[in-house]
Design a binder for this molecule. Sequence first.
Ligand SMILES: [Zn+2]
Ligand SMILES: [Zn+2]
Length: 550
Amino acid sequence: MTEIELVVDPKPQQNGDTGRNPNGSPGAPIANPIVDVCSASAYGDLEKLRGFVERDGQSVSNPDGHGYYALQWAALNNFPDVAQYLIEHGGDVNAADHRRQTALHWAAVHGSIPVADVLVQSGARVEAADINGYRAVHVAAQYGQTSFLNHIIVKCGADYDAPDNDGRSPLHWAAYKGYADTIRLLLFRDAYQGRQDEKGCTPLHWAALSGNVEACTVLVHAGNKSELQVKDKSGFTPAELAANRGHRHVAYVLSNAAKINGGLCEDKICAGTIGTTGYAPILLFVIIILTVLFINSVLLGPSFPKVTAVVGLWGWTGVSFAVVSLIMFYRCSSKDPGYIKPNSGKSATRTSDPLLDIDISNSSIWKGNWSQLCATCKIIRPVRSKHCPYCKHCVEQFDHHCPWISNCVGKKNRWDFFVFVCMGTLTAFIGAVTAVHRLWTWSPIIPSSEKWIHLVVVEHPGAILFLGMDAILLSGVLTLAVVQASQIARNITTNEMANAARYSYLRGPDGRFRNPYNHGCRKNCTDFFIHGYINDDEVAWPSLQEAQIA
Ligand SMILES: [Zn+2]
Ligand SMILES: [Zn+2]
């Protein structure tokens, strides 16, 4: 399969003499790059442009040596005042070069929204196509210009599902290029996922081909799973294409998703049923078995002497902690983890085409992160939310989906989850200490031929079984408790720890990791224990996107 050919990206440097000049000659720094109308437009020098036009009488409608127009250069480098001037002085907004690209195509390359506004107000055709059939929406998708794409969809009604000459929509392009945010926007706007291009490829085929896991995940979660089985004209499904290209992680993710949705029967039992029901019944069974074993074989075991008052106190405290753990287990697995209801994030009222009516930037919870769009629920969600494919909802302050409680851990049940894990640790610890003490202080008359350890196993099989199971449980819950405690102290979620690179709000101006929700260990912990969660409304410092919006 051949690579897709891209629109030309001339990219002249805006800052004068460090790069190649707008007329395209690469090489050494140029002393004075501004020599005519086109170069003045490319560098945004309105003064010199006025001079060329009004004093020297140069035309703004003549192309440069490569056939490109002054308006295209102004659009590429986002100079709205220059574009306005050119149009007022006779520049044709729909003038097309030899590839039939217009100024709007060039504006899409760097996402120059102010120029696009000037062009469209002056009559630029939003649906103008170049020789490859690329419209401005295709170019924006090819370069991951999500804001630009959203702008021309909302403000100009651009057709975001239009095919190019090869039958590829903007969604194909965003998928191929791996721009997950652009994919989110297009799916949020209800772009058609099932479209097959001339080679029979869907957007998922292209995402699989380029090996982008996040792009594949967004597409699979938002789709109806039938696209996992679609074959291209060579007879390959997306998973097979990924495997052929050596993208093993993507192939694994896709074939797993295909198994859960209509694969073999046994696979359904392994992956699907466990996926939705989880292991909560197993954990409940284990806790009850352990409690019964502890009471019957350790505390009241007939082969042990009667418990002393101190050991009895320890033991029965452990049993009552087990009961509290069970109550907390029930609470955190049955409680709403913070599901975001559809519509709650929408600012617009529902009309015939509700998605087009949403002006995202007017939403009160919009913070400038495209990850706030759920392509599956079609909602704008608060920052730090994530869609859970098992619960089929977006969850606020999503931590992780815990199969052991068959529920998500999120804003509204993280406190219960943490208390459950801590109680579990304490209970398992008391149980282990009591059992070890009971066995250690058991002093039978040992025949010389027998070893003590052998006798213990024979005489107290229940206590030994309890100790083994309890040790496994203790190591699990202790690890979880320590991890959760350290994350609560830093006010970060498990999901954010695992996928930090995906979230732009977790990066500072220097591009390095920075958590804006960390208010310091003491405030994080007191807020968490007093309110049950930490409020996101106050951030330690605004994210880059919020600063830009403000
Ligand atoms: Zn969702
Ligand atoms: Zn979940």
